[in-house]
Design a protein around this ligand. Structure first.
Ligand SMILES: Cc1cc2nc3c(=O)[nH]c(=O)nc-3n(C[C@H](O)[C@H](O)[C@H](O)COP(=O)(O)O)c2cc1C
Length: 207
């Protein structure tokens, strides 16, 4: 098969194409900042269904090298404190406004999940962390797409606090585990235009 990478024609999928539903779902997902997400959040049943999709991620060696932690509203204050302490640790000159902004980040999304990588340990499977991280990324994307299918918006957040001792302690991370990103999920309050996507020729070539 020859892939025509030079074509300037937009990739067009007919609505009756079996790919159309998947394309519509995938292309509708875009990162929505937690500030733009509000209630309602997915119900408990919806959350279980969406999280179940994570288990369909490709997984070399069937290691299940990731886990998700739900951060309920009752724990957001503690998370905010962990963010603020992480900031104070790396910047002893942080102002009270910056500390408050760090705390406030924990309060934004109606539904908040932490994605944790289970990295390789000495003597564990030969599957490297790079592959485990790909697996986690696929699991995250499955969750985001599941939320999208239910009509919810989502956004990922990370930052320097992810590796902080405060956050690691709060989530009881094992030595081999790494906090990768938070998934913020809720109802989009104010949509924004979607970004321009890279073109096929920007990321596909033929050997
Ligand atoms: C692992 C990971 C961490 C991210 N962390 C942040 C973040 O801290 N803040 C943020 O605004 N966006 C974050 N994002 C979201 C990206 O900024 C977003 O995906 C990018 O702008 C592209 O937009 P799109 O998702 O709509 O295609 C993160 C994305 C990934 C994959």
């Amino acid at each position: 098969m020859t892939l025509d990478l030079c074509s300037r024609e937009p990739v067009c999928i007919a609505t009756n194409d079996p790919l159309a539903a998947a394309a519509a779902l995938i292309s509708a997902r875009q990162n929505t900042s937690a500030k733009r997400l509000g209630e309602p959040a997915p119900s408990g049943q919806q959350l279980r269904a969406v999280l179940g999709l994570a288990a369909h991620a490709p997984d070399h060696g069937a290691l299940n090298p990731w886990r998700f932690v739900v951060v309920p509203m009752a724990e957001r204050f503690r998370l905010g404190e962990a963010f603020a302490r992480a900031l104070a640790d790396r910047d002893c000159g942080a102002t009270s406004q910056q500390m408050e902004a760090a705390r406030e980040k924990a309060q934004r999304a109606p539904l908040l999940l932490l994605a944790v990588l289970r990295a390789a340990t000495p003597g564990s499977s030969h599957i490297p962390d790079s592959e485990r991280l790909v697996c986690l990324g696929c699991a995250v994307q499955n969750v985001l797409l599941g939320a999208q299918a239910l009509g919810f918006g989502s956004g990922l957040t990370s930052g320097q606090a992810m590796d902080s001792a405060h956050l690691r302690a709060m989530f009881s991370l094992a030595e081999s585990e790494r906090a990768i990103c938070f998934l913020n999920i809720g109802t989009v309050q104010s949509p924004r235009p979607s970004r321009e996507r890279p073109r096929l020729e920007d990321f596909v070539s033929t050997l």
